[in-house]
Design a binder for this molecule. Structure first.
Ligand SMILES: Nc1ncnc2c1ncn2[C@@H]1O[C@H](COP(=O)(O)OP(=O)(O)OP(=O)(O)O)[C@@H](O)[C@H]1O
Length: 281
C-alpha cells in the first residue's frame, strides 16, 4: 500500500472490458455557456480502477466528479455508467435511485446529527428497504472494516473526532454495496498521519469490494500512493492522464512537474533548516 501502484495492473484492467464510467466530451458551464468550468473532457474508467483527479484550485475537478452522480449536468457531452446514460435530472425517482447506487464521500462528511453512527450508516440500505437483519449485519461489519470500535455504533456524531466522522462517512458511502465510489477531498481536513492511515484503509476496502473509485485530492503524494491512475486538470482541461509510476519516472510537462515536485521541494527545505549546508536554494 505504501508502494507506488504497479502500472501493469492498471494496463491489464484498462484493456480488459468496456469502461464502467465513460465521460464523452464533457463541458460544464455555470453561466449558460459564456465560460466553461470544464472544457471538452473525455475519460474512460475501467471497473476496479482507482483514479485520482488532481490540479490547482478551480481547475474543474469537483464539477467533473459531480457529473458522474448527476449532481452537475454537463452543458454538453455525455456520461454513461455501464453503457447507459444517467437518468434525467427531472426524473426524481430515477435519479434518486441511481444516486443510491453510487457511494459519495465529501470532506465535510455531513452526518445526520440526530442519528447514531449505526443509523447514519444504515440510511441508504433502509431507503432501499433491505431486511432489517441484513441492515444490522452490514452496519456491524462496516463499523469493524473502517476501524471503529464496536461500541461506537450508538454514539452521536458530535461525540466523534474528525477522523472518526470520516470513517463513518466512508462506511455510509459503502453501506448499500455500490460499485462506484466518488470521493471529494475525503481526507482533506485530517492531520497527515490520520489521513495516511485512512487513505490506506480505504484503498484496502477498494480492493476487497472490487470498487471503482474516483477521488478528488489536492495531495499529489496521496494520489500517487493510492491510485492506479492520476488525471491532472488545469483550467477545465485534462493536461495529463497516466499511472503514478509513469508520472514519477517520465518527464511530464512543467505544470505537472510543479505539482509532482512540491513534496520533494518541501522535504529539501526542511532538510536545509536542519543542515544549512544542504540548502538547495
Ligand atoms: N455552483 C457553481 N456556480 C458557479 N460557478 C461554479 C459553481 N461550482 C463551481 N463553479 C466554478 O467552476 C470552476 C471550477 O470549480 P470546481 O469546484 O469544479 O474546481 P476544483 O478544481 O474542484 O476546485 P477546488 O480544488 O478549489 O475545490 C470554478 O471557477 C468555480 O468558481
Amino acid at each position: 500500500m505504501t508502494q507506488v501502484q504497479d502500472s501493469t495492473r492498471t494496463e491489464r484492467r484498462e484493456g480488459a472490458e468496456t469502461p464502467l464510467i465513460q465521460l464523452d466530451h464533457i463541458s460544464i458551464s455555470f453561466d449558460g455557456g459564456r465560460s466553461r468550468a470544464v472544457d471538452d473532457v473525455s475519460l474512460a474508467v475501467a471497473r476496479g480502477t482507482f483514479v485520482s483527479l488532481v490540479g490547482e484550485s478551480g481547475s474543474g475537478k469537483t464539477s467533473l466528479l459531480k457529473t458522474i452522480n448527476g449532481l452537475v449536468i454537463p452543458f454538453s457531452g455525455h456520461v454513461n455508467i455501464e453503457g447507459r446514460p444517467i437518468p434525467p435530472a427531472d426524473h426524481d425517482d430515477d435519479i434518486a435511485a441511481f444516486r443510491r447506487g453510487i457511494g459519495y464521500v465529501i470532506q465535510d462528511v455531513g452526518l445526520f446529527p440526530h442519528m447514531s453512527v449505526a443509523e447514519n450508516i444504515a440510511v441508504t440500505p433502509r431507503l432501499l428497504r433491505w431486511p432489517e437483519s441484513r441492515v444490522i449485519e452490514r452496519v456491524k461489519s462496516l463499523i469493524a472494516m473502517v476501524g471503529l470500535p464496536e461500541d461506537y455504533a450508538t454514539r452521536a456524531p458530535a461525540m466523534l473526532s474528525g477522523g472518526q466522522k470520516q470513517r463513518v462517512g466512508v462506511a455510509r458511502a459503502l453501506a448499500a454495496e455500490p460499485k462506484i465510489v466518488l470521493m471529494d477531498e475525503p481526507f482533506g481536513a485530517l492531520d497527515p498521519l490520520t489521513r495516511d492511515t485512512l487513505g490506506r484503509a480505504y484503498r484496502d476496502l477498494h480492493e476487497r469490494f472490487g470498487l471503482t473509485t474516483i477521488m478528488v485530492t489536492h495531495d499529489m503524494q496521496e494520489a500517487a500512493l493510492l491510485s492506479d491512475r492520476i488525471v491532472v486538470m488545469q483550467a477545465g482541461r485534462v493536461i495529463c492522464d497516466d499511472t503514478p509510476r509513469a508520472l514519477l519516472t517520465q518527464a511530464p510537462r512543467p505544470e505537472v512537474s510543479d505539482l509532482l515536485n512540491l513534496p520533494r521541494r518541501q522535504a529539501e527545505r526542511i532538510r536545509a533548516m536542519i543542515e544549512p549546508e544542504a540548502d538547495p536554494r
